[in-house]
Design a protein around this ligand. Structure first.
Ligand code: PLP
Length: 389
C-alpha cells in the first residue's frame, strides 16, 4: 500500500530504533541497562490513582468527554491555580487554558493551528525530535537554530539570518531543555518575546520539565515574561513531575487565539481526555507538590552518582541544573555514535547518541536518570570497571 509522502520526510523515531536494539540484545540473554529514555519508574502518587479509580466507577464518565470543548473546566481552573501558585502567572481558565493528551500532542496540534504549508518553523538543534516530526507532518519547513555550550545552550537570536526570521511563522523551544538540561533565564525570555514580536513568530514554549530543577535553580515559565501571552503558548504536562507519562495528560496555556485554534484542531481530531484522568490530574496538581520534592531528591542523588563516576573515568564537567538528563561530552575524540556503540558493546548500557537530537548534538551523549537506583548503581559500576584509566 502506498502511504503519504509527507511521512517519508520524517526521520525514524529515535526511541523505536533504540527499542529494537535493546530487544535484540535481551533476546540474546544480555542484561541490558537502558539509560536512554526519560520515563520515570517510580509509581504515580497513590492519591492520584485512587481518584482515577473512584471516578472511573461513575457511568457519567464513560461517555465522550466533549461537553466542555477545551477540557473539563475544573481541570482548567486547577491548571490556572497551579500556574498562579507556582509561577505567579494569571490565566483565564475559560480562554487561556486547554487540556492536552500530553504536551507532545500539543506540539503537533500547535503546528496544525498556526503553520501553513511551506512556512519556516524555527526549532532548536539539538532539540526534542517530535518538533521536527510535527513540523513536517504539518508541511512546514524546519529551520535548525543551534544551541551551543558557549551560549549556555540558549539560541542566539542575533545569529538567525534576518531573511529566515522574516519567513518564520513559529518557533519551538524547551527549557529546562531536553537534551542538554539547560535552563532559561528571565532576560532570555524577554529577548524571546521581543524577537517573536519583531518577526510575528508564534512561540511554542514546551515546558514539561518546568518542575525538574536542582538546588539553586529558579522555576521559570515563559508566561512570566512580559508580553508572552501576546506571542505564544506554553505547553506543560503531568508526565514528568508526577510520574504520569502513561496517563497522557498535559495543558497548553497562553495566547487565547492560539488556544482557540489548537482547540479547534483537537475538536476535529480527538474527543478529549478521559474524565477520570482529568479528575486524577486535579488531585496531582492540588495535593502532590511534596511528591515532586521527593522525586527531585532521588534525581539529585542519582545525578551525583553519575557525575562522580564520570569524573573517575576522566569526564569532568559541570552540567546545567534542569531535567533528569545529563548531556555528557564524549571522551577521546570519538563521535557520539562511536561512543554509544562502544559503551553498549562493552557494558550493555544503552545511552542516547547526541546526534539523535540534531547535528549540533555531535560530541555528546544523553544519560537519563529515570532508572531504579540499583540499576543505575550497577550501570555506573560497569562503566567504572571498563573505562577507569
Ligand atoms: C521536550 C519534551 N516535550 C514533550 C515531551 C512529551 O511529554 P508528554 O508526555 O507530556 O507528551 C517530552 C518527553 O520526553 C519532552 O522531552
Amino acid at each position: 500500500m502506498r502511504t503519504a509522502e509527507r511521512l517519508t520526510r520524517i526521520p525514524p523515531y529515535l526511541f523505536m530504533e533504540l527499542r529494537k536494539k535493546i530487544a535484540q540484545a535481551k533476546a540474546d540473554g544480555v542484561d541490558v541497562i537502558s539509560l536512554a529514555i526519560g520515563d520515570p519508574v517510580e509509581e504515580t502518587p497513590r492519591s492520584v490513582i485512587d481518584e482515577l479509580c473512584r471516578t472511573a466507577y461513575d457511568p457519567v464518565n464513560h461517555r465522550y468527554p466533549i461537553d466542555e470543548e477545551k477540557g473539563m473546566l475544573a481541570f482548567r481552573r486547577e491548571v490556572a491555580r497551579w500556574y498562579a501558585d507556582r509561577y505567579g502567572v494569571t490565566l483565564d481558565p475559560a480562554t487561556e487554558v486547554l487540556g492536552l493528551i500530553g504536551s507532545k500532542e500539543g506540539c503537533h496540534h500547535f503546528v496544525l493551528a498556526r503553520v501553513n504549508p511551506g512556512d519556516t518553523v524555527l526549532m532548536t538543534d539539538p532539540g526534542y525530535p517530535a518538533y521536527r516530526a510535527s513540523i513536517l507532518m504539518g508541511e512546514g519547513e524546519p529551520y535548525n537554530v543551534p544551541i551551543l555550550a558557549k551560549n549556555d545552550y540558549l539560541p542566539d537570536f542575533a545569529a538567525i539570518p534576518t531573511e529566515v526570521a522574516k519567513k518564520a511563522t513559529a518557533m519551538f523551544l524547551n527549557y529546562p531543555n531536553n537534551p542538554t538540561g539547560a535552563c532559561a533565564t528571565r532576560p532570555f525570555l524577554a529577548d524571546l518575546v521581543r524577537f517573536a514580536r519583531d518577526y510575528d513568530i508564534a512561540v511554542c514554549y514546551d515546558n514539561p520539565y518546568s518542575e525538574i530543577l536542582f538546588a539553586g535553580q529558579e522555576r521559570i515559565s515563559f508566561l512570566q515574561a512580559e508580553g508572552a501571552k501576546e506571542v505564544g503558548v506554553e505547553l506543560n504536562s503531568l508526565s514528568k513531575p508526577f510520574n504520569m507519562c502513561g496517563w497522557r495528560i498535559g495543558m497548553a496555556c497562553g495566547n487565547a487565539d492560539l488556544i482557540a485554534a489548537i482547540s479547534k484542531v483537537k475538536e476535529n481530531t480527538d474527543s478529549g481526555i478521559f474524565n477520570p484522568i482529568q479528575y486524577a490530574a486535579i488531585v496531582a496538581l492540588r495535593r502532590e507538590a511534596a511528591y515532586i520534592d521527593r522525586m527531585i531528591e532521588i534525581y539529585t542523588r542519582r545525578r551525583e552518582l553519575v557525575l562522580a563516576t564520570l569524573r573517575k573515568i576522566g569526564i569532568d564537567f559541570e552540567p546545567p541544573k534542569g531535567t533528569f538528563y545529563l548531556w555528557v561530552p564524549v571522551p577521546g575524540g570519538m563521535t557520539s555514535l562511536e561512543f554509544t556503540n562502544r559503551l553498549f558493546d562493552k557494558t550493555a548500557i544503552v545511552v542516547a547518541a547526541g546526534t539523535a537530537y540534531g547535528k549540533y548534538g555531535e560530541g555528546y551523549i544523553r544519560i537519563s536518570l529515570t532508572v531504579p537506583d540499583e540499576r543505575l548503581a550497577e550501570a555506573m559500576a560497569r562503566i567504572e570497571r571498563e573505562f577507569r584509566p
